[in-house]
Design a protein around this ligand. Structure first.
Ligand SMILES: Cc1ncc(COP(=O)(O)O)c(C=O)c1O
Length: 382
């Protein structure tokens, strides 16, 4: 009986959903950074923007870039495909680069520092820009998770020689990787696709937060999806570049101006604070205080085994994200224990702006239930 009700539970994904009324909304005038910059280009994915923008900056074969060991992996693949060599650095306990760790890595080949704004929490861009300028290095900011974040009233990403953003992580559009750069690349040249399928998925995710039947549908097709995944298993497929010349879908360009809102960051902060209030003891210390200008992408939880905890949450309709369990294959994992710890222990919960107070209560309840000791039959089945 319990299992049946779980099947009909609403489902909350980490990705922002797409409300059905978006098609009848009018466009807003507001264009936040970097969309208001003349030197901004939009690609389908941020990885494609990174690769093209590095080349446009003159970075390539023979050049080295310092990259944090705690990374998604697709950005590393993009840098490698642009021809760069990578030297990894470990982040400190505040998830910031540590000058003492960076200095011994510098040599004549090192041309740039890669700085990631984790989960939308702003790094000190101003300080790192000066640090780079003093050493004749380029600062590349990765704001993939930090679109709409600010620090000291200034947009995150505005200090970098080049900065990249994922627009679809903040709004329920099919894709969109924006880059702003002192030497922007040419706009992507391929013909855009419309993006109907991905629009449908985002709409379905919206319905799934209201109607459990969609969750049931998912549960029914799940065995087929799992089989398909197993037979088409490509390790590290999540880092695939695709064609670097891929533009955003037609739907992304059409719908983004109808979704952009000055309230988005505030709503995400409210949801984040709600989770902090109710799950604060499970948050990694670096994310326990929300900076005033942050536009959080997600809410991190530290658990003993992130993969297992996430599976349990899935069964309760909360589709979190492992953050980030698989590093790029070029990373010597054992040399970077802090990054490895975070990969194994941290998962992320949704805080996007379409979630209601009732949704947030349900997410908290699901986490509490997953923390409770499991009945023996569950352990055996799991
Ligand atoms: C920190 C970071 N940088 C870059 C990317 C690449 O973004 P995209 O998937 O749009 O290529 C991601 C993707 O998740 C990311 O998390």
């Amino acid at each position: 009986m319990k299992k049946l009700s779980a099947m009909f539970a609403p489902r909350f994904a980490i990705w922002p959903t797409l409300p059905p009324d978006v098609h009848s909304r009018s466009e807003t005038e507001w264009r936040p950074f970097p969309l208001n910059q003349e030197n901004c280009r939009i690609f389908s994915r941020a990885r494609q923007a990174i690769c093209s923008a590095c080349k446009a900056l003159g970075l390539g074969a023979g050049d080295t870039i310092l990259v944090p060991a705690y990374h998604h992996g697709s950005e590393v693949e993009a840098l490698l495909q642009a021809g760069l060599n990578i030297k990894y650095y470990e982040i400190d306990s505040a998830l910031e680069p540590d000058e003492d760790t960076l200095l011994p890595l510098l040599d004549d080949q090192v041309k740039a520092l890669y700085l990631i704004h984790y989960l939308g929490f702003p790094q000190d861009g101003s300080w790192w820009r000066k640090w780079c300028d003093d050493r004749n290095l380029l600062l590349i900011e990765d704001a993939a998770q930090a679109f709409l974040s600010t620090r000291d009233e200034r947009p995150v990403g505005s200090y970098g020689h080049m900065t990249v953003f994922c627009l679809y992580k903040t709004y329920g559009i099919p894709d969109g990787g924006a880059v702003v750069s002192i030497k922007p690349p040419a706009p992507p040249r391929l013909q855009p696709v419309v993006g109907y399928w991905r629009i449908l998925k985002r709409h379905l995710n919206w319905v799934a937060t209201k109607r459990g039947e969609v969750g049931l549908l998912h549960a029914l097709v799940k065995p087929t999806l799992a089989w398909w995944k197993r037979t088409n298993d490509k390790p590290h497929a999540e880092f695939d570049m695709g064609d670097p010349d891929t533009p955003p879908t037609v739907m992304t360009i059409k719908l983004l101006p109808r979704l952009l809102s000055k309230d988005t960051a505030q709503k995400r902060r409210e949801n984040y604070r709600y989770l902090l209030e109710h799950l604060g003891e499970m948050v990694p210390s670096q994310f326990a205080r929300l900076p005033s200008g942050a536009c959080p992408f997600a809410f991190p939880l530290e658990v003993q085994d992130a993969r297992l905890f996430l599976e349990r949450l899935h069964r309760k309709g909360v589709l979190g994200l492992l953050f980030w369990i698989n590093p790029h294959p070029s990373l010597p994992v054992d040399d970077f224990p802090r990054s490895r710890f975070l990969r194994e222990r941290v998962l992320a919960l949704p805080v996007h702006q379409e979630l209601t107070e009732q949704d947030m209560r349900r997410i908290v309840r699901a986490v509490h239930e997953c923390r409770a000791p499991l009945p023996t039959e569950f352990v055996a089945a799991g």
